[in-house]
Design a binder for this molecule. Structure first.
Ligand SMILES: [Zn+2]
Length: 140
């Protein structure tokens, strides 16, 4: 039984925050309104969070939002070898966008990212960035 549901995003207030209950008190949130994600392990001060933050790009670190439960939200990063990538890109937290890159169909069995046709989307257009690379295509 799926326990997935939509909730209100603690970061942006949108009602398109996807919540996935993985059991054992482990809950993952991904907001389709702002593209930010968190989970119950990403509590301020936790060892798990410290380890996550260590490997994050600077922009992701700077964009971290802590909600009133102490959960740390960070921009999501999609990396689907068959469809493409969506990730936060920009010089600083005041000036960033979603970058969407499609995977090119492979002729020799080696798909590659179509960096020349990288498209940028504003924070609120996260869904459009996902649509551009075709994330939702198989779900219909
Ligand atoms: Zn949100």
């Amino acid at each position: 039984m799926s326990k997935d549901k939509l909730t209100i995003c603690a970061r942006c207030g949108s009602d398109a925050c996807y919540e996935q209950d993985m059991g054992a008190d482990y809950i993952i949130n991904l907001c389709y309104g702002c593209g930010f994600t968190t989970n119950t392990l990403m509590k301020s001060g936790s060892e798990f969070l410290e380890e996550q933050i260590e490997v994050l790009p600077e922009l992701y670190k700077d964009l971290i939002y802590v909600d009133d439960k102490g959960l740390n939200w960070m921009p999501s990063a999609v990396n689907d070898p068959e469809k493409g990538m969506v990730y936060a890109k920009g010089p600083n937290p005041e000036n960033w966008e979603w970058a969407a890159v499609k995977t090119l169909p492979s002729k020799n069995g080696k798909p590659r990212m179509d960096m020349e046709n990288l498209k940028s989307y504003s924070e609120r257009d996260y869904m459009e960035a996902l649509e551009y690379i075709g994330v939702f295509k198989n779900t219909k």
